[in-house]
Design a protein around this ligand. Structure first.
Ligand SMILES: [Zn+2]
Length: 93
């Protein structure tokens, strides 16, 4: 019987930046990367997409990282409530 591979996560000062897994071939892969550097690179690479303004149905603008925050604003919630009153969902009969 083959030995069971049980690998514990590598504990370092910054544990979240180290990932370790075993491929089907048995090869152990360990990757270490600084999360803050990754986030900075992601922002620079996707800056146009992240800062693009989208027009909401309620009439206001939002960016993708702030979409959830926009959906929780009073104006958007009021718009959703009013639109449900004006155009109720059809019932499935
Ligand atoms: Zn909205």
């Amino acid at each position: 019987m083959d030995s069971i591979i049980n690998i514990q996560p590598v504990r370092q000062t910054v544990a979240k930046t180290t990932r370790q897994w075993v491929r089907k071939t048995g090869e152990v892969v360990v990757k270490t990367y600084p999360q803050s550097q990754y986030n900075t690179n992601y922002y620079v690479k996707n800056k146009d997409k992240l800062t693009e303004h989208h027009l909401c149905a309620c009439g206001n603008y939002y960016t993708l990282p702030n979409k959830t925050g926009h959906n929780n604003t009073k104006v958007h919630k009021l718009y959703v409530k009013m639109s449900v009153l004006i155009n109720p969902m059809p019932l499935d009969l």
